[in-house]
Ligand binder design. Structure first.
Ligand code: 5GP
Ligand code: ZN
Length: 114
């Protein structure tokens, strides 16, 4: 638990952010600056700074994250597809140092990313 981490505060409900999904180990909420009609962030309740800090003990709950994303995609009617992004480190474009999965959908997305 990191008292000064923005996403830890959101996971603890301290900022009043509406959660669109809660599981034992994850919470999900809408991105404040959406890049697509659906733009949801899925984060572990545990403070993990980035994908690069993931440990073998996290392996089991990461499957839970992907299933939560699948559930959210159904809730959001993303039947034409969607994209899951984990920006990691400075070259990866990570701006918040708490692991998060971006779920993007609702429009056709370009590839390659910038
Ligand atoms: P990153 O750039 O680290 O991959 O993604 C961080 C995301 O968090 C960005 O898309 C940004 O818009 C979002 N974000 C930053 N601060 C807040 C906030 O206070 N509330 C919400 N809902 N999203 C935030
Ligand atoms: Zn955190």
């Amino acid at each position: 638990m990191h008292s000064d981490c923005l996403f830890c505060k959101i996971a603890r409900g301290e900022l009043g952010t509406e959660l669109v999904l809660e599981t034992e180990n994850f919470v999900a909420f809408r991105d404040i600056n959406p890049q697509a009609p659906t733009h949801i962030l899925v984060i572990p309740r545990e403070h993990i700074a980035s994908l690069d800090q993931l440990e073998p003990r996290h392996g089991e709950i990461m499957g839970e994250a992907l299933l939560a994303i699948q559930t959210l995609a159904k809730q959001e009617n993303l039947d034409q597809g969607y994209r899951v992004v984990v920006n990691t480190g400075s070259h990866g474009g990570q701006s918040v140092a708490h692991l998060h999965f971006h779920l993007l959908g609702g429009r056709s997305l370009q590839w390659p990313p910038g």
